[in-house]
Design a protein around this ligand. Sequence first.
Ligand code: AMP
Ligand code: ZN
Length: 473
Amino acid sequence: MKIYNTLTRKLEEFVPITPGRITMYVCGPTVYNLIHIGNARPMIVFDTFRRYMTYRGYEVNYVSNFTDVDDKIIKAANEEGVDASEISERYISECKKDMEGLNVLPATTHPQATKEIPAMIDMIRTLENKGYAYKASDGTVYYRTRKFTGYGRLSGKNIDELESGHRSEGHTLKVAGTEDREDDFDFVLWKPKKEGEPYWESPWCDGRPGWHIECSCMSKRYLGDTIDIHAGGEDLIFPHHENEIAQSEAANGVPFAHYWMHNGFLNINNQKMSKSLGNFFTVRDIAARYDLQVLRFFMLSAQYRSPLNFSDELMESAKAGLDRIRNAVSNLKDIMVNGSDGDMTEAERGALSEALRHRERFNEVMDNDLNTADGISVIFDLVKHANTTTAEGATKAYAGELEGIITGLGEVMGLILETEEEVLDTDIEALIEERQQARKNRDFARADEIRDELLARGIQLKDTREGVKWSRI
Ligand code: AMP
Ligand code: ZN
């Protein structure tokens, strides 16, 4: 597997620290709002990376955080007149619903910043003891950026150049309230509380952690001092990831992450997505118009590092593409029931070898820095192959093999290839089964509740002597 490593700016062969295992940390969202489709891109692409590596036999320990203390969360809480934790818990739970709709697997661990404060205080203390952190008179603790010699390696930035750029743009070097910060590029590790803000006690002052220290600590706590892969959107390269490296390597004395993966940005109609331009969609907005699998398919139709443009037209073509694959799978399932019995024919055995070669090619293109765009083309080739080789009828056995190959690759991509109707039917049958159980347990309230829920979804139940029958109203 070759991965483009932002740290070395090269495609590199992936070699894990421990054979067969991968430790991976992906920066997650700040939870003050419903997630937007830009946030969904890293979730989908790195979930696909995880699924692909699992399919290639690795055990992946995948950690992705929720940033649940932040200015934006506090602002939203003040606007609603509720606790900050009410806002963050609400949007964590909404985010998990969106992830489920996108078929993004839950992380091995989803740490939350507010639950990791003691570890952050520990790390800041270590940095202070080693001379990498200092306290200003108002209680703010800063990281002494110039002391870390590797600073700028990930982003390719140099502090002196940054500083002169900063000056020529007319920035005043000393911002109000930062009088005793030693250097303009020193960043906050701990900040004092303000009226009405959540805070924790610390050796420096009552306050809260800076954003960068959160990820350094959560990565260390759940994955260790040195990890295989750290990932996120490309906007995080500087300063977030640069600062994480400075903190972790100064505190732990070992390299932080061997590979740095960054996804490109999602734009809307070729413009940067932003609230002020009004071209801003939440995943929930899209869910009202499309099956979220279409959004996932759309995201995977580009390699993760390229910029991706979102438009109605491209979503329509993603929908058509996904339907084409689903139709082929549905045809194969039909043949698996109605096709001819017995062994595969000679011609089918040949056609199956060809299908297996397509699957080999899928592995090759995905091994090339997770080229999901090419991966999807291979799935289309398989669909075409399936359609042509079964057009004149086929054996159940051959159809079964092809169906297994295509849905298997769909699963690697996290794409549900059953049609919406089929998914719905499985869902309904599960509810009917639960209702039968409830009745057996004489839990009639739950049984009635399920009947009403199904009715609300347009499903009518009829108890007959042969069991429960259902129909769409
Ligand atoms: P945030 O909540 O802003 O910290 O973002 C959470 C994740 O979403 C980070 O990995 C960001 O880099 C990523 N992200 C935010 N906006 C976009 C976008 N428009 N396209 C791709 N990734 C994005
Ligand atoms: Zn982070």
